[in-house]
Design a protein around this ligand. Structure first.
Ligand SMILES: Cc1ncc(COP(=O)(O)O)c(C=O)c1O
Length: 391
């Protein structure tokens, strides 16, 4: 079997997981020393931290002044489900999905909420559905950046400004790396553990004035658990959007989120974060274009994610294997890279086509991705040699 020499350089940080994502450069536990641990989150000290997290979010993401920003339980899933359970059912819904998370929201709406006037717009991994067919006078649920296929919408131009329905956007792999068009979005959700490398557990829920109006004028036919309730007596509970969380948050996670936001601010804010993700994507893309054995799973270049970069192995001998064979090949590469300590968690998502998925969000250093690329060649060549040896 041919043994290919190991590259000389190793990534300083081998964490390329798509969530929880790499901590920011220079992060250590010492950054959390100011966390008000052992104190009530409702005491002034805790409440001030929660307000600070909300205001820094507004500043960095450039959230319009009239939009509410809340910290909610259960990470991005909690935020999306809270929005769907509270807002949907008032009118028909167009569900738009092109990978497993979007598909999960369809399951929620069809099988759990059991809503009937639902149209589905779905596409295979690597593609986007035809967005021109979506009716924005209905409510629309979609994912801005499909983490498991690496396909994103290029911008919000497909959404009309004068829509009658609400747009509910799961933006967890997009926020802080891509420009979200807030004027076109009524609900935006994300978690802390993605582009800013924060911790899991808490979600962010951003509501447009139209979403608030719906909350105050429409009552769903189904019961809402306390954890989802955003109104009281038909009025928005404004406190939720001022740091009075529905239940108890982790002040350690809050401190970590504030640390990440301050890091982002120090870099220059959103433009700098988008710039870092774009540069990271470019480092991977340059390698992929030259590789001869890898291709981006996202077919259309403008839809290629700059965070969750999903790659297929297109080498003819590997592509000729059945799906299990391709999955085993990719898995063996991923495992060899992990054993070498040069890349952790870069296998494709379990429901996605076999391949690699490399996180390129802002907390990842371009130099680490550059160092990783030759290792992909190394792992591929070795696995290819193993394949030949078996044949
Ligand atoms: C697009 C998308 N939606 C939802 C989720 C679920 O997020 P969480 O585990 O933070 O609830 C993820 C996680 O990877 C995701 O990528």
């Amino acid at each position: 079997m041919t043994i290919v020499a190991k590259p000389g350089l190793r990534p300083a940080n081998p964490n390329f997981s798509s969530g929880p994502c790499a901590k920011r450069p220079g992060w250590s536990l010492a950054a959390l020393a100011d966390a008000p641990l052992g104190r009530s989150h409702r005491a002034k000290i805790g409440k001030t931290k929660l307000e600070q997290a909300i205001e820094l979010t507004r500043e960095i993401l450039k959230v319009p002044a009239g939009y509410r920003i809340g910290i909610v339980p259960a990470s991005d899933t909690g935020a999306v489900e809270m929005a769907m359970w509270s807002l949907l059912g008032e009118r028909g819904i167009d569900m738009v999905a092109w990978e497993s998370f979007g598909a999960g929201w369809i399951t929620d709406v069809v099988k759990q909420l059991k809503l009937e006037d639902v149209r589905k717009f779905e596409a295979a991994y690597g593609e986007l559905p035809d967005l021109s067919k979506v009716d924005f006078d209905r409510d629309v649920v979609f994912t801005w950046n499909g983490t498991t296929s690496g396909v994103r919408v290029a911008n919000g131009d497909f959404i009309p400004a004068d829509r009658k329905g609400l747009t509910i956007c799961d933006a967890t792999s997009a926020a802080f790396a891509q420009n979200l068009d807030f004027a076109k979005l009524d609900v935006v959700t994300f978690s802390w553990q993605k582009v800013l490398g924060g911790e899991g557990a808490h979600g962010m829920l951003i509501l447009s004035p139209r979403a608030v109006e719906r909350l105050e004028t429409y009552k769903p036919a189904w019961p809402l658990p306390k954890i989802f309730r955003m109104t009281s007596g038909g009025k928005l509970i404004e406190g939720i959007f001022k740091g009075e969380t529905i239940n108890t948050p982790s002040m350690l996670c809050v401190e970590d989120y504030i640390d990440a936001l301050n890091w982002a601010k120090g870099l220059g804010g959103l433009e700098a974060l988008v710039g870092r993700a774009d540069a990271n994507f470019a480092a991977i893309d340059t390698f992929v274009q030259k590789s001869g054995w890898l291709a981006n799973l996202a077919v259309v270049p403008e839809t290629r994610s700059n965070t969750s970069v999903c790659l297929s192995i297109v080498d003819p001998e590997v592509a000729a294997l059945d799906k299990d064979g391709q999955a085993a090949f990719a898995k063996a590469m991923v495992s060899a890279l992990e054993t070498e300590g040069v890349a952790f968690d870069i296998g494709a998502y379990r429901d996605a086509p076999p391949g690699l998925r490399i996180w390129a969000g802002a907390t990842v250093e371009t130099s680490d991705l550059m160092a990783l690329m030759p290792w992909l060649d190394w792992a591929f060549a070795n696995q290819k040699a193993a394949l030949k040896a078996v044949a």
